[in-house]
Design a protein around this ligand. Structure first.
Ligand code: HOZ
Length: 431
């Protein structure tokens, strides 16, 4: 595979950009090899600057649920652009998007647009602290809620990929207020509440963890969190930046029938442009400035191009059968990977929920970050590299979920499984 252009560009980027990338996991540090510099993407395929083409399961880390360069998104953005790219003043379409979000997620009565998932989670936590007058928050080991100070504890995604426990630059005083419990462990969570419950403003949780691989909640876990919050007067925040609009119409909260007080959204809500949101109960959101006294603002919040892309995306996701199609595609991958591994005697655990999936080189169960960390990192590296050579672009880390789009056709899945068969053979030979 010719990678000379990507190799040259990576070298050049490293001279001006830390690590050569604008977000750490993209650098391929934990898997080795040359990160692909991208020229273009269309449908389910992404093409690098050496003209190698890949079936893409990263999907820009989640937003591209319709596939890349969807004609209706491109048209909507082009159309919006004719009127200007940013006004820093309200536009009617922002209310259209807010209404579209509310229609799908009834727990959201009011919603505020921001520009990234990190902003959404930090704003939701500020609101929770402001409303309850409490300082602590509880998060789960291996869940990732963006890179704000208090959340870089026991974090998944790039923090887990690089194997760093937290980050220099985050004062201990900031993380002292973050209580960390093991994901899917209700007993330990209750214990934490017994100790700090009177000062916990909120639990923040990815209802399906997607930043330690894909780890769904065990039966009763989310309902248990709801009950604990109610008992102690804390708020329940679902971080649905990844799962919102992806795992079901109405997100994980609809799937598991648990109503959070606040929800954070990102990725799909911006249709591939920078947009995110947080929202929830009307009485809580009424505390956000200027309606209330809790401050949060943003120059590009509700950006007209992002709003246009988000609106079309949500509209197209209203069609019948969309989530069934997505679930069938990711389940075919998860089941297919597991069957191949079993035939070759490779221990593997795979999961899929709606349009997201994950796999661990681990016999299972994998219900927590601790278990995810026990998976075979060398096997992952080998499999990842072999798949890339086969023309399949998976996330370059075992601590990320995979994403399918509506542009992934059965023949793409079949091609991926053929590639997986050959790639897994290489894993088996190296054992
Ligand atoms: N936070 C993303 C992974 N969960 C990575 C974003 C990126 O590197 O683009």
């Amino acid at each position: 595979m010719d990678l000379s252009n990507s190799r040259r560009e990576f070298k050049r980027a490293k001279r001006s950009i830390p690590g050569g990338v604008n977000s750490p996991v993209r650098a391929f540090n934990s898997v080795g090899g040359v990160p692909r510099f991208i020229e273009s993407a269309r449908g389910a395929r992404i093409r690098d600057i050496d003209s190698n083409e890949y079936i893409d399961y990263v999907g820009s880390w989640g937003p591209m649920i319709l596939g890349h360069s969807h004609p209706k998104i491109l048209a909507a953005v082009r159309d919006a652009m004719k009127s200007g790219t940013s006004f820093g003043a309200p536009t009617p379409r922002e209310s259209d998007l807010a209404e579209a979000i509310r229609r799908v997620l009834p727990s959201i009565q009011k919603v505020r647009m921001v520009s990234s998932g990190t902003e959404a989670t930090m704003s939701a936590l500020r609101l929770a602290r402001g409303v309850t007058g409490r300082s602590r928050i509880l998060k789960f080991d291996g869940c990732y809620h963006g890179h704000s100070d208090g959340l870089l504890v026991g974090a998944g995604s790039g923090v887990a990929t690089l194997g760093i426990p937290g980050s220099p630059g985050v004062p201990k005083a900031m993380t002292d207020l973050t209580v960390v419990a093991p994901f899917n462990d209700l007993k330990a969570t209750r214990k934490a509440f017994e100790k700090w419950g009177q000062d916990i403003a909120a639990i923040i949780v990815e209802p399906i963890a997607g930043n330690m691989g894909c780890v769904p909640p065990l039966p009763g876990f989310l309902k248990g969190l709801r009950a604990l919050c109610d008992e102690y007067g804390a708020l329940l925040i679902f971080d649905e930046v990844m799962t919102g609009f992806r795992v079901a119409r109405g997100g994980a909260q609809r799937l598991y029938k648990v109503k959070p007080d606040l929800t954070t959204l990102g990725k799909i809500v911006g249709g591939g442009l920078p947009a995110a949101a947080y929202g929830g109960r009307k009485d809580l959101m009424a505390r956000i400035a200027p309606e209330g006294d809790i401050y949060q603002a943003g120059t590009l919040s509700g950006n007209p191009l992002a709003v246009a892309a988000g609106l079309v995306t949500l509209e197209l996701l209203e069609a019948d059968g969309v989530y069934e199609t997505l679930a069938a595609r990711s389940s075919a991958l998860a089941v297919g990977f597991a069957e191949i591994a079993e035939k070759l005697g490779i221990p593997m655990t795979t999961r899929s929920v709606g349009g997201m999936f994950g796999f661990f080189f681990h016999p299972g169960p994998v219900d927590s970050f601790g278990q995810a960390q026990q998976s075979d990192a060398a096997a992952f590296r080998r499999f990842f590299s072999a798949m890339l050579e086969e023309g399949v672009y998976l996330a370059p880390s075992p601590y990320e979920a995979g994403f399918v789009s509506l542009a992934h056709r059965p023949r793409d899945i079949a091609e991926t499984l053929d590639s997986a068969g050959r790639a897994m053979l290489r894993v088996a030979r190296a054992r």
